[in-house]
Every structure is written in structure tokens, then in C-alpha cells.
Design a protein around this ligand. Structure first.
Ligand code: HEC
Ligand code: HEC
Ligand code: HEC
Ligand code: HEC
Length: 214
């Protein structure tokens, strides 16, 4: 390595090192910018709208089925973007925006299980997607909601909300378990939605009761 390097003139060496350093800096900037560029420039609502119908999911079009959702506490007119709720934060997660655009995965990085979808009871396609979104939010403890909302700081105005939020903290219930149908056209809850998996070795769980009824 040293020999090869000695063959170059001093000037060539400086150019060589400068080029290498710039390439490295550009690479670092690109890696750092990947997530913000994906969220703010690539995965814009308009891009989602090329496949998903605006009247169903955008709150600002005529005869929309979606309610507006404020984005910033101090700006009542601000509107949360699709990615705010649907694409979990993190540089690796930003990749799922692209794999979703080519229909490989959803925005949480899960491949579609087509066999299971075909084998189960028939569910209207739109309900099936709503169920999947709810399941992902449940699995991730409503992570995307929590990027804006801090649970301890939410102060519901009415007693019903105060009690529900006290219960949520005590029983570690997650946002989506109560706040479904918050924005889009309502879809009924699946019967066994938001069931926590039975703890391993818990004799009281339904799974190990073995009633033999089914
Ligand atoms: C190239 C087309 C395309 C684009 C662009 C696209 N999607 Fe999708 N999306 C789909 C398809 C196809 C499905 C699956 C629909 C089904 O199962 O009925 C889907 C499903 C979904 C679902 C339901 C979850 C699931 O697992 O099925 C959500 C939420 C979603 N997309 C959000 C978005 C958001 C947010 C964007 C913009 C960042 C976006 N999509 C951009 C094609 C697209
Ligand atoms: C405030 C959070 C939020 C925003 C903003 C949001 N969604 Fe959703 N979305 C949800 C939740 C929660 C569900 C799960 C179904 C339910 O309970 O409403 C969902 C469900 C969906 C589904 C599954 C089918 C259905 O109708 O339920 C699609 C597709 C979807 N969203 C696309 C979009 C697109 C496209 C945008 C942007 C134009 C968007 N969403 C903006 C929270 C949001
Ligand atoms: C981009 C930031 C952002 C995201 C993401 C977000 N919210 Fe909100 N949300 C707000 C702001 C800001 C308000 C209005 C001020 C307030 O009440 O805190 C609000 C209001 C609410 C309200 C009360 C007002 C109403 O419409 O009834 C509920 C409930 C709520 N959000 C639930 C959710 C859930 C559930 C999710 C995840 C699916 C979510 N939010 C995702 C920012 C966000
Ligand atoms: C056990 C059910 C439950 C859970 C879990 C829950 N909420 Fe709520 N939340 C409620 C009820 C009920 C209200 C009151 C609604 C009303 O008065 O119309 C409320 C009210 C709110 C409000 C409105 C506060 C206001 O200004 O009045 C926001 C924002 C909110 N919830 C966000 C969240 C977020 C974010 C999470 C997850 C961290 C969450 N909630 C978890 C039941 C729940």
C-alpha cells in the first residue's frame, strides 16, 4: 500500500485524500438526510394519494370521509400527514416507505400474509386493511401516536376521559385500543381486537384451560 502511494506526487496525494474525504462527507450527509427527506419530500400525502383515494383519507377534500387531525398543539389549523400516523420513526423504518410503494410490505415492514388472508373468514378488503393498521399500532404500543402525544401530559376535559386515561396508565392500555375510528371512515372493531397474548405459563389463560368445547 505504501509503495503504491509513494508513486504519486504530493499534489496528486492531496487531491486523492480530498476526493475521498468529500465522498465520505457526502455519504454521511446522505445517510443523515435519508429519514427527513423520505418523510418530508418523498412520502408526502400527494404520493400516498396516487394509490389511496383522497376522498377517503384526506381531510381537506370535498365530501371527505376523514376528519382533520391537528399536528401541532399551538397551531389549530395544522394537519397531521399520513406518515405521522402510518410510518414509524427511525432511519431503518424510512426504508419501509419505499418497500410499501412497490407493494412488498406495509409501512411497518410486514409482508402481507396472502395465504392467511385467503384462508380466514371473508373480510371486506377495506376492513381488512383497517384491522391490519390497528394490529400494527397495537403491537408497537401506538408508537406513531406517541411521537406527538405524551401520555402523562394528556388532560382530558371530561370525567369520562380522565377516568379512561387513569385506567389506561394503570392497565397499560394503548391509545388505539380506545381511539380507533378517530380519523377515517369508521370500520367496526374486529371481535378479538386488541387482545393481549396470554402470558407464558399462566394457568388462568383461556389457551390453557382446555374446556374441550371446540
Ligand atoms: C404504489 C401504490 C401505493 C402507494 C404510493 C402507497 N400505497 Fe398504501 N397501500 C397500497 C396497497 C396496494 C395496499 C394494500 C391494500 C389492500 O390490502 O387492500 C396499501 C395499504 C396501505 C395501508 C393499510 C395497511 C395494510 O397493511 O394494508 C396503509 C395504512 C397505507 N397503505 C398507507 C399508505 C401511505 C401513508 C402512503 C404514503 C406514504 C401509501 N400508503 C402509499 C398501495 C400504495
Ligand atoms: C391521526 C392519525 C392518522 C392520519 C393523519 C392518517 N391516518 Fe390512516 N389510519 C389511522 C388509523 C388509526 C387507522 C386504523 C383504522 C381506524 O381505526 O381508523 C388508519 C387506517 C388507514 C388505512 C386502512 C384502511 C382504513 O380505511 O382504515 C389506510 C389505507 C390509511 N389509513 C391511509 C391513510 C392515508 C393515505 C393518510 C394521509 C392522507 C392517512 N391514512 C392519515 C390513522 C391516521
Ligand atoms: C403529528 C402529530 C400527531 C400525531 C402523529 C397524532 N396526533 Fe393526535 N393530536 C395531535 C394534536 C396537536 C392534537 C390537538 C391538541 C391536543 O388535544 O393535544 C391531537 C388531538 C388528538 C385527540 C383529541 C382530539 C380529537 O380529535 O378527539 C385524540 C383522541 C388523538 N389526538 C389521538 C391520536 C391517536 C390515537 C394517534 C395515533 C393513531 C394520534 N393522535 C396521532 C397531534 C398528533
Ligand atoms: C382506556 C381507553 C383510553 C386509552 C387507552 C387512551 N385514551 Fe385518550 N381518551 C379516552 C376517552 C374516553 C377520552 C375522552 C373523550 C371525550 O371526552 O370525548 C380521551 C381523550 C383523549 C384526548 C383529548 C383530551 C382533551 O382535550 O379533552 C386525547 C388527546 C387523547 N385521549 C389521546 C390519547 C393518546 C395519545 C393515548 C395513548 C397514549 C390515549 N389517549 C389512550 C380514552 C382512552
Amino acid at each position: 500500500m505504501k509503495d503504491i502511494f509513494q508513486r504519486f506526487s504530493r499534489r496528486a496525494k492531496i487531491i486523492f485524500i480530498a476526493a475521498g474525504a468529500s465522498a465520505l462527507i457526502i455519504a454521511i450527509i446522505m445517510v443523515a438526510a435519508f429519514e427527513p427527506v423520505t418523510r418530508r419530500l418523498v412520502a408526502q400525502d400527494a404520493v400516498c394519494n396516487t394509490c389511496h383515494l383522497p376522498w377517503e383519507f384526506n381531510s381537506d377534500v370535498r365530501l371527505t370521509a376523514t376528519k382533520p387531525h391537528q399536528a401541532k398543539t399551538d397551531q389549530p389549523k395544522s394537519q397531521a400527514q399520513c406518515v405521522d400516523c402510518h410510518l414509524p420513526q427511525g432511519r431503518l423504518n424510512a426504508i419501509f416507505a419505499y418497500t410499501h410503494f412497490v407493494s412488498f410490505t406495509d409501512l411497518f415492514g410486514k409482508f402481507r400474509d396472502l395465504d392467511a388472508e385467503r384462508a380466514g373468514d371473508w373480510i371486506p378488503p377495506r376492513a381488512a386493511t383497517a384491522f391490519r393498521v390497528r394490529d400494527r399500532l397495537f403491537e408497537t404500543d401506538s408508537g406513531t401516536c406517541r411521537t406527538c402525544h405524551i401520555e402523562k401530559e394528556i388532560k382530558p376535559k371530561r370525567a369520562r376521559g380522565v377516568n379512561a386515561h387513569k385506567l389506561a396508565l394503570e392497565e397499560k392500555k394503548t391509545c388505539i385500543a380506545c381511539h380507533y375510528n378517530q380519523v377515517h371512515r369508521p370500520v367496526d372493531l374486529r371481535k378479538n381486537a386488541f387482545e393481549q397474548p396470554a402470558p407464558v405459563g399462566n394457568k388462568q389463560s383461556n389457551l390453557s384451560k382446555g374446556t374441550g368445547n371446540d
